[in-house]
Write a protein that binds this ligand. Structure first.
Ligand SMILES: Nc1ncnc2c1ncn2[C@@H]1O[C@H](COP(=O)(O)OP(=O)(O)OP(=O)(O)O)[C@@H](O)[C@H]1O
Ligand SMILES: [Mg+2]
Length: 248
């Protein structure tokens, strides 16, 4: 009996030590989660502020400019070439307004998990307008589990990858895939273009990336939501961007 009691006394400090260690790990994990949550809440507040400013200044100004232009056009002779040109320009202004309003919508609420694929398809349409690149967006699995601020960052990362593929890759096609599985999401944006220069991949994230901020922003957003982002040249040609978002 005494032997057992002695053994217990001897091992008790180790038990207490392990218990404390477990508690400290748990506390650190909770603290990290709280910090990430606070950071995301801060981002959401700032996004809403930008959305308000964008609506009250830029969009209102473009809207009133458009109205005044419409009034000018109406005063022009109906068969004049100038009227035709200005009417065409006004059509473009309307699409700029649509784009602005879409941005505003994205800044405010962002698409939910279920609307992510459709929001990306619409974004792609805005980017390439009537360009020659084919963009496909495919989603598989059940979209669920991720918090709205995380979805917002995924959307922004994917948008930049799509914009880059359309602008820089000289690709015939761009494929966007969203694979949902058990609350996690794997996003990929691949193109069959010229392939991103290896030197650019090494430079990305460095302070001296000139006035190119897309790749840097993608990496920063991925780090913020604790996701793995890989950008690589594909062996079969083109570029592949992949983001793995773990289940919360
Ligand atoms: N899919 C791609 N295919 C080929 N080149 C690419 C691709 N994506 C990016 N690049 C190259 O990487 C460079 C950096 O991209 P990044 O998005 O950082 O800047 P950017 O698109 O030039 O400007 P912005 O700041 O408006 O995003 C691009 O200028 C382009 O040369
Ligand atoms: Mg870019």
């Amino acid at each position: 009996m005494e032997v057992i009691a002695g053994a217990l006394r001897a091992t008790l400090p180790y038990f207490v030590y392990l218990l404390c260690l477990g508690l400290v790990c748990q506390l650190r994990q909770t603290h990290r989660r709280w910090l990430a949550g606070a950071q995301l809440r801060g981002i959401r507040d700032e996004r809403e502020r930008i959305a308000r400013v964008l609506h009250d200044t830029y969009l209102q100004s473009v809207e009133s400019l458009t109205l005044r232009l419409h009034a000018c056009v109406r005063r022009m002779p109906s068969d004049s070439a100038e009227r035709r040109d200005l009417t065409h320009l006004l059509d473009l202004t309307a699409s700029v307004m649509r784009e602005g309003r879409q941005q505003l919508q994205d800044l405010r609420a962002g698409p939910g998990a279920a609307g992510l694929a459709q929001a990306l398809a619409e974004r792609a349409r805005l980017f390439h307008r009537d360009g020659p690149v084919r963009v496909s967006v495919l989603s598989s699995g059940t979209p669920a589990g991720l918090r709205p601020p995380v979805i917002c960052e995924v959307y922004n990362i994917a948008s930049e990858a799509i914009a880059n593929a359309i602008r820089h890759a000289q690709a015939d096609s761009v494929a966007v895939r969203l694979d949902w599985h058990g609350g996690a999401l794997a996003l990929s944006v691949t193109d069959d273009g010229v392939g991103i220069a290896a030197a650019l991949l090494e430079q990305a994230g460095l302070a001296d990336s000139g006035d190119k901020w897309g790749l840097t922003g993608m990496r920063e957003r991925a780090a913020l939501i604790g996701c793995r982002l890989t950008i690589r040249r594909r062996a079969e040609g083109g570029t592949a961007v992949r983001l793995l978002v773990p289940a919360p």
